[in-house]
Design a protein around this ligand. Sequence first.
Ligand SMILES: [Zn+2]
Ligand SMILES: [Zn+2]
Length: 351
Amino acid sequence: MQALVKYEMGDGYLELRDVPEPEAGEGQVKIEVHAAGICGSDLHIWHGDIGIPLRLPVVLGHEFSGVITAVGHGVQGPEVQGLEIGHRVTAENSHTVCGECEYCMTGDYNLCEGRLATGYAYDGAFAPYCVVPAERVHVLPDTVDFLTGALSDPSACAYRAVCEKAGVHAGDTVLILGVGPMGLFNTQYAKACGGRIILAGTSADVERLEIGKGLGADFTVDVTQPGAVDEIKHFVGRSGIDVVLECSGAPDAARLGLELIKKRGRFVPVGIHGRPFEIDLDVILYKEITVRGMFSHKYEAWEKAIALFAQGLIQAKPLITDILPLSEWEKGFRRFAQRKAIKVIFEPQRR
Ligand SMILES: [Zn+2]
Ligand SMILES: [Zn+2]
């Protein structure tokens, strides 16, 4: 089968290759991939500047959905694990974890030191078929189509940031910085929690800010325009900004968030910056700001994300701008890198 393989570290070294079709081993299921999205971290892998362990050569792709076509030995039937051939599913990208470290023992397997992920260290979903551990698989309700189901991963990330880490409550004023897929998912979750949402982007984000409005942002702003900060302050009024979700990965945005957040506010870094930069730690001290980190996700966030897709409270489709066959992988990667696309989906079953 044709699969998109990263075969050497460094910038590039990514190509479509003929690889053997995988078989479901002990405790695994084989999935026919119907939709697989490009994640920001796939761009980092493409350019060779990723901080997550890789084992090369590897088939990329970790945000996907499809149909189970085979179950390996030891996978429990529908009455136990709920998995059988024909089920429409998606899967978490945590592939193997050690099961013995402090984090695994306390249920935080996303933080396991020995964590190896699908699409990074194990062959992923930019291929017609992939295999994953059955315990990482989540069944999609009939009302969640493949395109939406493929974005369970970024949606689960946003659930964690907004609901578990920031703890957005009804009436909170929430500033979301950045209008990529994470900013747009965070907007929807913060709205679903009852927040009043300010969505901030740059002059390159005019269309995306419009999409954000459609997804629940109460006020959108281009921070590169003169007077933008005053406009935000005017909209916020006396109550102040309770929560900042930094989804842009831009140092100026992080600094703006710390400047605007109210005393005792909650600040969650969501976007990856990729390099150190200067912030004024005293601001956190004087304002008694709570900063909460967030990495990857776990079982509960996935179940919540999928249930919210099914209820229609969170939408993925407005974020999907490009649907391509795998043969056009390079076009998809380039459009995503150049920010012409918000979310690119490959359909590996398509020729
Ligand atoms: Zn991802
Ligand atoms: Zn562990």
